[in-house]
Design a protein around this ligand. Sequence first.
Ligand SMILES: [Zn+2]
Length: 102
Amino acid sequence: MPNCPECAAKEKRKMQERYEEETPEEDRGRDDLYKLFDQVEIPMKLDTATKHFICKRCGLYATREQVSDIRYKLNQREKTREDRQDDYLNWWQKSKKEKQEE
Ligand SMILES: [Zn+2]
């Protein structure tokens, strides 16, 4: 059964926050975080009559296509957020370098 994309995303956000609270910045690794994310299990139930998946936690009711669509959109949103952070980091490092060169 697929994980509920909404609940899984929420759960992952919580895990990430906890991880960042408990782990000093220099010890953090993206792989560790992904390992935590792999533990997230919020399986949906299949309603065989309508071929829709139901999440008992949040009440999401969707076909398999809709579930992957929602998951895709949530992933995109996470990615854009990370990209923006990377952009910021690049900009910051670049400006630092330029300052040193002056
Ligand atoms: Zn849910």
